[in-house]
Design a binder for this molecule. Structure first.
Ligand SMILES: Nc1ncnc2c1ncn2[C@@H]1O[C@H](COP(=O)(O)OP(=O)(O)OP(=O)(O)O)[C@@H](O)[C@H]1O
Length: 678
């Protein structure tokens, strides 16, 4: 649509103000929706239906009392024919309400502690204003509501001729949704007779679901296109996997077995799998990944695992080697630290197919890396990679007999993602959840301790380590300065070595190269250290079941997902484990809530929901590439219940081959290129 400066009254100053609200075109104006409404045109009868709304009421005051103490100056009790209300007056301004008088008042109606209605600081009105319900918009400094309303009004006038209806009529009919123009008119300029549109008004719902639908369509189309490709169909032989299980001291949990079955069902099809496996911290995702890899390898194909960091790639390499080497499967590592000769040898082994399993970072998918028969790509810690990278992986197809086959893709997240968010951000993937921890884990006791009491912890560390267990001390994350962070970790280590001279204390921080980090980690794992001082580099993937105490400094500054990940490094064995969260006073309310929740629950999915509510989706996914940050109308928290519906509608539209699909996506998805060629 045209830029905003085509509108009357929009010069460069107003255009710049609008642009601050991300409004650049007339279309953007249409989807700049009100945050609330003011209905000053219609006197409302008192009743619970008014709760949460601003309303014009006509009440007779029964009693009014001036107050001397507290913040309120006056409290009055009033009524109309249908109900009662308490009115509060603060400060010097506002009407003085007198008993026996009738007033026309405007303000927000709330409930009080006793369930009754109340209104604080009502405005005194002379008469009902008989203009329509007024929309109130989010705005920016210098841009008045009146100006903004005038712009949107003009935009609606233009839309009358220009705006395309992109939702097919049969869907609108069956959903009971208005057409696009009627929906926009209803939300921007509601008629008095129809009342204020709430969020469940068909007009709002249409716009919300339409936007979610576009996002779903973009992702589902990718999925749809992707599964049109051919992939090697891998029947689960199971010999290698059985041998692996025989060599381990445990049986898979029911959840691991179920998820592996879901994966095997996918692998057996001649279309590529695109599956996300979510499991809580320590739920045993590695075994599932290994099971899938062995299936590919057993059929003569190759499997690749991509980790988000070099440190994790090397750890996976160690773990996989430990499990697979005894089965006769060699596991290769591609890393930036390797010598040129080593790298050449690895590349050659991948290209001629003698390397069956390879682990690396995203460098695995560079141009020079050629596979012989790649059938499975496992991506660990998916949310650090974008949709693009995920899809790019599939280009390294298996090529038996010269035919181009796409590898199956298995994506694993280390951090639980709230269901709603997973459904929307990963709508291009099928979802499996490992919702059970291996047996014999004892719960972790979490305690909050003020940082100035840290000396008391020395005793605690000493006794844990003396009983043959190990401990972590996690130093704070220092934004933007690995150097200061490393220094802090070094001085903490020095101080701890002084206080605990009988303990063997190791250190890992982000300034060490990955070989050094790995060496220290390996020494800790081999119990050559009792205590490991670390920065948050140990957040993911570290698995030392003998560690039973973790102390986290400055826990008040960390998000829930990160704390949960860190804490998940203990409680991996059968011994009772402890996690101590150190915080500095004064602590904000939000941080206090986070820490209390950590103490209350160990359920990663519950913590993730709370994280979503507190920090929003962009923060949790750690990437803006999902496009979710661009939602203009829908809100992933408030409107979460519409996601499944939007997804079903998206699938139906794709099946119908609806011609409006790409236009619908373009209308809503700010930069459609992020989804490729939509
Ligand atoms: N079924 C099982 N029974 C007992 N132990 C298991 C089982 N499955 C895995 N384990 C062990 O549990 C520990 C955690 O497994 P793993 O490292 O795969 O977890 P994860 O899901 O990757 O966790 P994180 O994301 O926290 O690294 C490992 O020591 C692993 O050997």
């Amino acid at each position: 649509m045209d830029p905003v400066d085509r509108l009357t009254g929009v010069g460069s100053r107003v255009a710049a103000q609008l642009s601050r609200l991300s409004i650049n075109t007339i279309g953007d104006l249409l989807w700049h929706l009100p945050i609330r409404y003011e209905n000053r045109g219609q006197i409302q009868p008192l009743g619970p239906h008014l709760i949460g709304q601003s309303a014009l009421i006509r009440v007779t005051i029964d009693e009014a009392r001036a107050l001397r103490h507290g913040k309120a100056r006056l409290v009055a009790q009033g009524h109309d024919d249908t109900g009662e209300i308490t009115l509060w007056q603060f400060g010097r301004f506002g009407p003085t309400l007198a008993a026996g008088q009738q007033y026309l008042l405007y303000g927000e109606v709330r409930t009080n502690a006793h369930g009754g209605l109340e209104m604080a600081q009502p405005e005194l009105m002379q008469s009902a204003q008989h203009d329509a319900i007024l929309a109130v918009y989010p705005t920016t400094e210098g841009l008045s509501q009146i100006k903004l309303r005038a712009c949107i009004d003009q935009a609606l006038g233009i839309a009358l001729h220009d705006l395309e209806e992109l939702i097919p009529a049969h869907i609108r009919r069956s959903e009971g949704w208005p057409g696009i123009l009627a929906a926009l008119q209803r939300v921007h300029a509601p008629r008095l007779s129809e009342g204020i549109p709430l969020r469940n008004d068909p007009a709002f719902v249409r716009l919300i679901v339409e936007e979610l639908l576009a996002h779903m369509l973009a992702l589902r189309l990718k999925h749809h296109e992707f599964v049109q490709n051919r992939a090697p169909s891998l029947s689960p032989g199971g010999r290698l996997y059985r041998n692996l299980l025989d060599s381990l001291s445990f049986e898979p949990t029911r959840a691991q077995a179920r998820v592996l079955q879901e994966i095997h069902d996918d692998l057996a099809r001649p279309a590529p799998m695109l599956r996300l496996v979510q499991g809580d911290v320590g739920s045993g995702k590695t075994l599932v990944a290994a099971g899938a890899a062995l299936t590919a390898i057993e059929q003569g194909y190759q499997a690749a695992l991509m980790a988000p960091t070099a440190l994790l790639a090397e750890q996976h390499h160690r773990n996989f080697s430990q499990w697979l080497a005894p089965l006769g499967v060699s596991v290769h590592l591609l890393s930036g630290q390797q010598s040129a000769a080593e790298r050449r040898a690895n590349l050659a082994a991948l290209a001629d197919g003698s390397a069956k399993m390879v682990i690396g970072t995203h460098a695995l998918f560079q141009e020079q890396v050629r596979f012989d028969r790649l059938a499975l790509v496992i991506v660990d810690e998916q949310h650090r990679f974008g949709v693009h990278q995920r899809l790019a992986l599939s280009d390294k197809g298996a090529r038996p007999d010269g035919e181009s086959l796409r590898p199956h893709q298995l994506v694993m997240t280390a951090t639980p993602i709230p269901r709603t968010l997973a459904m929307s951000a990963y709508a291009d993937l099928d979802l499996s959840i490992i919702d059970e921890l291996p047996p014999g884990r004892s719960p972790i006791t979490t305690a909050l301790i003020r940082a100035d009491r840290r000396d008391e912890l020395i005793e605690r560390i000493s006794s844990v380590c003396n009983s043959g267990r190990q401990a972590y001390w996690v130093c704070p994350l220092i934004e933007d300065s690995e150097r200061i962070e490393a220094q802090a970790a070094e001085s903490t280590t020095a101080a701890l070595r002084e206080s605990l001279p009988h303990l063997r204390i190791g250190l890992v921080h982000g300034r060490m190269n990955s070989a050094e980090k790995n060496r220290e980690m390996a020494r800790f794992k081999a119990h050559e250290y009792d205590l490991l001082v670390a920065t948050t580099v140990i957040e993911v993937g570290v698995d030392v079941p003998n560690a039973s105490l973790m102390i986290i400094e400055n826990a008040d500054r960390m998000g829930l997902a990160q704390l949960h990940q860190l804490r998940g490094r203990v409680g991996r064995g059968a011994t009772a484990s402890f996690c101590i969260l150190l915080f500095d006073e004064p602590i904000s309310d939000k941080a206090r809530t986070r820490l209390s929740l950590m103490r209350e629950t160990q359920d990663g999915f519950r913590l993730a929901e709370a994280d979503l509510a507190q920090r929003g989706p962009g923060e949790i996914l750690g990437t803006r590439q999902t496009g979710l940050a661009r939602l203009r109308v829908a809100d992933l928290i408030q409107d979460a219940h519409w996601l499944a519906h939007a997804r079903d509608l998206a699938d139906a539209l794709i099946a119908e081959n609806d011609p409006n699909t790409s236009a619908l996506i373009r209308r809503w998805v700010g930069s459609a290129q992020q989804y490729g060629q939509v």
